[in-house]
Write a protein that binds this ligand. Structure first.
Ligand code: BTN
Length: 242
């Protein structure tokens, strides 16, 4: 199997779980796709609605531990590049930390799960959910879009996946260093400069203006001219743009 090859499942619990299971028997990188998922999951323990017609991909990865915190950035950048370079869509942006937006609506989200033994990284799984043929009537709690909603056309999911995967691996194996990747990612985040409300995991709310992200991918939030906070994505439940 080459890297671009993908193992397909008609249906599964979650492509994330398939990768976790494979981690016990291979130390190589692996791409898993499913046509539908019964237990698709998103960030913050949310369900990822996974009907037939959308892309559900996971990659089993063994990254350099010094780069593990940028793997989710590569996922969003791959989708961004696919949308702009292959589909020539306009008005694409990234919403911190893991969403890809078209015309301000979510078309894709990525999920990264890292497995450590003691303090050592054993492997990572990166999942990409990408809305292809999703129509406008799903019960999803955020404003979403899909290739079909945007273009009015239907697409073959396996062809779309085959197009996306090289964008991801080209970034994953590129010689770019962490700061180059972070700056590519940062430049596409349209959350920067906006007033936001952060609903935190501990039920607190933080309000302020996003003034940037740092090299770890944390959000830099100005509460006032004098008070600035560094916010880790893992502590945030929801980011609402004012
Ligand atoms: C998010 O919450 O925005 C991230 C969504 C990630 C969904 C993908 S679909 C393929 C992979 N399998 C899952 O169960 N989740 C990820």
């Amino acid at each position: 199997m080459t890297l671009k090859d993908i193992m397909w499942f008609e249906s599964c619990d979650s492509t994330m779980d398939i990768c976790h299971r494979f981690s016990a028997i291979t130390k190589k990188e692996l791409s898993i796709g499913a046509l539908s998922q019964l237990k698709g999951r998103g960030t913050k323990n949310r369900t990822w609605v996974s009907p037939k017609g959308n892309v559900f991909l996971s990659f089993l990865l063994h990254p350099d531990p010094l780069k593990v915190h940028i793997i989710h950035m590569l996922g969003t950048l791959a989708i961004y590049e696919f949308l702009s370079q292959s589909l020539h869509f306009n008005n694409i942006s990234l919403k911190w930390p893991n969403d890809v937006m078209v015309q301000g609506k979510k078309i894709s989200g990525v999920l990264q799960e890292n497995v450590y033994q003691n303090q050592d990284l054993i492997y990572s799984v990166l999942g990409i959910g990408f809305n292809v043929n999703l129509d406008g009537i799903q019960d999803i709690d955020n404003e979403y879009t899909s290739m079909k909603i945007i273009s009015g056309k239907s697409y073959k999911v396996k062809n779309i996946s085959d197009d996306i995967i090289p964008y991801f691996y080209d970034l994953y194996y590129s010689s770019m260093g962490v700061s180059q990747i972070v700056s590519l990612w940062k430049n596409k985040i349209d959350t920067i400069g906006k007033n936001v409300v952060l609903e935190m995991k501990d039920n607190k709310r933080l309000e302020g203006k996003v003034i940037g992200v740092n090299n770890d991918g944390d959000l830099l939030l100005a509460k006032t001219d004098k008070i600035q906070l560094t916010v880790k994505s893992g502590l945030v439940n929801k980011l609402i743009v004012d």
